[in-house]
Design a protein around this ligand. Structure first.
Ligand SMILES: Cc1cc2nc3c(=O)[nH]c(=O)nc-3n(C[C@H](O)[C@H](O)[C@H](O)COP(=O)(O)OP(=O)(O)OC[C@H]3O[C@@H](n4cnc5c(N)ncnc54)[C@H](O)[C@@H]3O)c2cc1C
Length: 288
């Protein structure tokens, strides 16, 4: 994208092994060279342990020059527990929290906790003047009663104090643009940042997308099928598809993208560079 300055943020998940830990810090070191708007660290997602999320977010904040946003969920926990984590983040110097309901675990228990992300936003703002991001769903949250209820929920989260929304990933620029139009129509005027998932593995993405309500277009499946025996061609296809979608969004005024890294560097780096990100010199540190 010549002549347009796009901003990027990158989402990581906490590592579950030493090998994953090394991969995470390698990815952080590579991606911080792109001078991102922020990094974020998920909380308890993808089967990770919540205290490892907190430790990872705190370590990333102290090791990396990039601002770090800590995700926080409220499901299956008491208000006191969630508030204690929020206070820990505040005392550790975090300004930016991604406030989420989370998904109840199969053994999850009913608690007196915050019942949804909106209640969490209200609770967080009683603790500190956090900059809060919330989740949005261009294809509607799978458990929402209706598309309009889902959108009203987003508006409510923003009206009571969240600063921006980051979306669930999607593979069709028009889907995001229609969602943005609908949001605008009901008076949402805060930024909605598209979440972009580079396709590392089409089979895994396909299975995961079914669970979280993101549709994988048939065209994607057939294009990946044609190169299924050629990893290099698959890689290039993944870059090309993500870049084409982001360029279509940028042409419609989108200027910030949130990339789901899955703690891998190469695709996110190549996609960001193709969209005009520039690299800075490497720094020395854990993440270098
Ligand atoms: C950018 C982003 C980051 C994320 N990061 C994490 C993370 O770090 N950790 C993690 O565990 N998950 C994460 N998630 C997933 C998220 O926690 C789930 O999608 C969760 O189901 C909804 O969270 P929310 O904050 O959108 O909930 P809310 O805003 O409270 O609800 C979202 C929508 O779903 C409806 N809904 C939700 N639950 C129910 C229910 N039980 N019954 C009826 N309707 C319901 C709401 O009414 C609303 O329409 C992330 C999602 C996104 C998009």
């Amino acid at each position: 994208m010549k002549g347009r300055s796009l901003e990027f943020s990158y989402e990581f998940f906490p590592p579950r092994s030493q090998a994953m830990d090394r991969r995470l810090w390698r990815a952080v070191g590579q991606l911080e060279r792109l001078n991102p708007a922020f990094f974020s660290v998920t909380y308890g997602a993808l089967g990770s342990v919540q205290n490892v999320s907190v430790e990872t977010a705190i370590a990333m904040q102290s090791e990396s020059p990039v601002p770090v946003a800590a995700h926080l969920t409220c499901v299956d926990a008491s208000r006191q527990q969630v508030d204690a984590v929020a206070r820990d983040f505040h005392h550790a110097g975090f300004d930016h929290i991604v406030a989420l309901r989370g998904d109840s675990s199969p053994n999850g228990q009913l608690t007196d906790g915050y019942q949804n992300a909106a209640e969490l936003v209200e609770g967080l703002l009683k603790i500190a003047d956090f900059d809060i991001s919330v989740a949005a769903y261009p294809e509607v949250h799978p458990l929402a009663q209706s598309a309009s209820q889902d959108l009203q929920n987003l508006k409510y989260k923003l009206d009571i104090g969240a600063s921006r929304a980051i979306t669930q990933y999607f593979f069709d620029a028009d889907c995001f643009l229609r969602f943005r139009d609908r949001a605008c129509k009901i008076g949402i005027d805060k930024p909605i940042i598209p979440g972009i998932l580079p396709v590392h593995d089409i089979d895994k993405v396909s299975a995961f997308s079914q669970r979280c309500g993101a549709s994988l277009p048939d065209l994607y499946i057939s294009q990946f099928d044609k190169v299924k025996h050629d990893p290099q061609a698959q890689y290039q296809l993944s870059v090309d598809l993500a870049v084409a979608m982001c360029e279509q969004l940028a042409a419609e005024g989108v200027d910030q993208f949130h990339l789901y890294t899955l703690n891998q560097t190469d695709l996110c780096l190549d996609i960001s560079l193709a969209l005009g990100a520039t690299t800075q010199p490497v720094k020395v540190g854990k993440a270098a």
